[in-house]
Design a binder for this molecule. Structure first.
Ligand SMILES: O=C[C@H](O)[C@H](O)[C@H](O)COP(=O)(O)O
Length: 232
């Protein structure tokens, strides 16, 4: 199986949690895209769901597939959210935001009773941090926010480059919410909760990509098939 096949199989497994009448949160990224594709097939076959997409990209994809959409204003509570991840660590701790959608993804996940993660098995790690942690920041005060993040990280013994995310054409990446992203190369985040708490106190930080306590389970696909990781 290619990594893309694995992503699709993980997405297919998560589809077993979807029942007619559910209100769903739809994540963003190459794995979530498979889930939306497969969900679109089910909707065409008669499945009734109402979905909130976590990005403009997912919105357009789902709309094109005829999946009924709503917003968190019309439908503030969701039954289930299905999304990918950049890393899955101990106790279903996650790093997300590699695709730049972390803020809306976290808002959608927080509105859902349960979040199921889908991924290929390369995403499972013993310690979070090898994947650079995305931190969404306001353009205003960027320099000061960057220094504040460095100081908060240093208190926990973390250092490493903080890279302003750019697009392939070299322009600064702008999130759906109009913010920038600092990718923080911390390598080993031994205390994710402490880092999350530290980042949350910085005014210019809109949100960070540590998703702690959100996921209720993860479908992880590898060459041997799909396995479910449940809460510890
Ligand atoms: O912002 C993007 C999201 O958090 C994605 O779910 C995450 O980056 C994983 O993406 P992919 O499924 O493409 O590896």
């Amino acid at each position: 199986m290619t990594p893309d096949d694995m992503k699709r199989e993980a997405a297919r497994a998560a589809l077993t949690h979807v029942e007619s009448g559910m209100r769903l949160g739809l994540g963003h990224g190459s794995t979530a895209k498979h889930f939306v594709d497969l969900l679109g097939e089910k909707v065409r076959d008669g499945l009734r769901v109402l979905c909130v997409p976590a990005s403009e990209f997912t919105h357009d994809q789902a709309q094109g597939l005829g999946i009924p959409l709503t917003t968190l204003d019309e439908t503030p509570e969701l039954d289930l959210c299905v999304d990918g991840a950049d890393e899955i660590g101990p106790n279903l701790s996650l790093i997300k935001g590699g695709g730049g959608a972390l803020l809306r993804e976290k808002i959608v996940a927080a509105a859902a009773q349960a979040m199921i993660v889908i991924a290929d098995d390369s995403k499972v790690v013993p310690t979070l941090g090898r994947f650079p942690l995305p931190v969404e920041v306001t353009p205003f005060g960027f320099g000061a926010t960057r220094v504040a993040i460095e100081k908060a990280a240093a208190k926990l013994g973390l250092s490493g480059a903080l890279t302003l995310r750019t697009r392939p054409d070299g322009l600064v990446f702008v999130t759906d919410g109009g913010h920038h992203i600092l990718d923080c190369h911390f390598e080993k985040i031994l205390d994710p909760a402490a880092l999350a708490a530290g980042l949350s106190t910085i005014p210019g930080v809109v949100e960070h990509g540590l998703f702690l306590g959100y996921a209720k389970g993860a479908y992880v696909a590898g060459n041997a098939g799909v396995r479910f990781i449940g809460p510890a």
